[in-house]
Ligand binder design. Structure first.
Ligand SMILES: [Zn+2]
Ligand SMILES: [Zn+2]
Ligand SMILES: [Zn+2]
Length: 149
């Protein structure tokens, strides 16, 4: 089942359209998010952004993530102990989360699209994204428990 395609309009344009100035460090942060994929925490985003524009500062990373969250482009997720990591807030996003070690597995196949149509109809809602998470114990953690007993 395929997901509705997310909005791929460049993030720089979307921030600009929302009235924000695009400075070189801000642009570096945005590039990282667009190109490096998902599940990066602010420290990782900072490191990669400095690879593009060395003067990028920690404050700019936080501020830019705040702005992108405010206009609905990314969202922080809090799983495990490493603080928030950021994912795109549009389209579908699907996780298996191990409640023992905090590992996150992403998967693509999803049956939520049919449900989405039904929900939109029933509640008169326009749905833009969904986050689907299953919690449990990963294979490695199961193996560890078996070894102990
Ligand atoms: Zn989905
Ligand atoms: Zn685990
Ligand atoms: Zn994910």
């Amino acid at each position: 089942m395929s997901e509705k395609p997310p909005n791929y309009e460049p993030l720089v344009d979307r921030l600009r359209a929302a009235g924000y100035k695009i400075t070189p460090p801000r642009k570096a942060v945005i590039e990282v998010i667009e190109q490096e994929g998902e599940h990066l925490n602010p420290a990782e985003i900072l490191e990669r952004a400095q690879g593009i524009y060395p003067q990028t500062g920690r404050a700019t990373v936080y501020r830019t993530l705040e702005l992108l969250t405010a206009i609905g482009v990314v969202r922080p997720i809090y799983v495990g102990e490493n603080g928030p990591t950021y994912i795109r807030a549009e389209g579908g996003h699907h996780h298996l989360v191990c409640s023992q070690c905090g590992a996150i597995f992403d998967f693509d196949q999803c049956v939520a699209d049919d449900m989405q149509l039904e929900l939109e109809h029933r509640f008169g809602f326009v749905i833009k994204s969904h986050l689907l998470e299953f919690y449990g114990i990963c294979a490695e953690c199961q193996a560890r428990v078996k070894m102990r007993t």
